[in-house]
Design a protein around this ligand. Sequence first.
Ligand code: PGA
Length: 291
Amino acid sequence: MSGGGAPASAGGGRHAGGAPAGGDAAGVGGGTPLALRRRIVAGNWKMHFVTADAAAFCRELRRGLAEPRQEPAGPARPEVVLFPSFPLLPGVARELAGSDVAMGAQDVHPAERGAHTGDVAAPQLVDAGCRWVLCGHSERRRDHSESDELIARKVAAAARHGLAPLLCVGETREQREAGETLAVLERQVRGGLSSRPAGPAGVVVAYEPVWAIGTGLTASPETAQEAHQFLRGVVSEAAGQGAGAVTLLYGGSVTPANAAGLIAQPDVDGFLVGGASLDPRQFLAIIACSG
Ligand code: PGA
């Protein structure tokens, strides 16, 4: 990527350390009155686990999070969010009750209710205890031909109902090789945020290069930083928010071995973790180095 015209990294590394989990939109988890960049580590379980696996994971996660930190004086622990598949939501909500781990869904329908067999509406997700929802994950763009226009309606529906949308963007290998990365990211961000209701809440976007998802091919810290720096400007402009209110997560084969190098980049604010989020020890290790 050339990075040409990429706005300078902004936001000065200000993180809302200790902000309530899920406090993105009004009415969601307490809310952060003045939106700041946040540290977030999220686990995308995709189509894995049944109820018993999910419960065991949550217990181990809670045990791990309750352990005294090695550097208690260090930066605040990141917010932690789990994205289980729909049938697991009630069980995970029960297991997480009383903790500050938030829960989200992997998709939402733009409509509030109606004849949409197999789909799930935002009020149903809120009812199930969700505070977040993934919008535009590349596997949904691929498997369900989701367009930026549809994703924008999902982002808007989520925000209207007090769910924090986590918009996912990222280029394919072919697009990167063709030098189209920045154009693709800009189109996906501007498209995905085009119907989002204006408001004070910070925006959270995950940069997930498609070639890095589930492949073991993580973006190098420099490649991730280049994309994140570009995204911070584009997201800020598209959302009408200061760059310091934009939170950018990296996703794509994140492991405990590569997380420290990525989080050290000035515009990487956290992670959306797939494969490694299925193992509580690995997920805890990623959380531990992301504070
Ligand atoms: P991965 O998945 O960590 O298994 O690459 C990331 C994601 O798809 O969110």
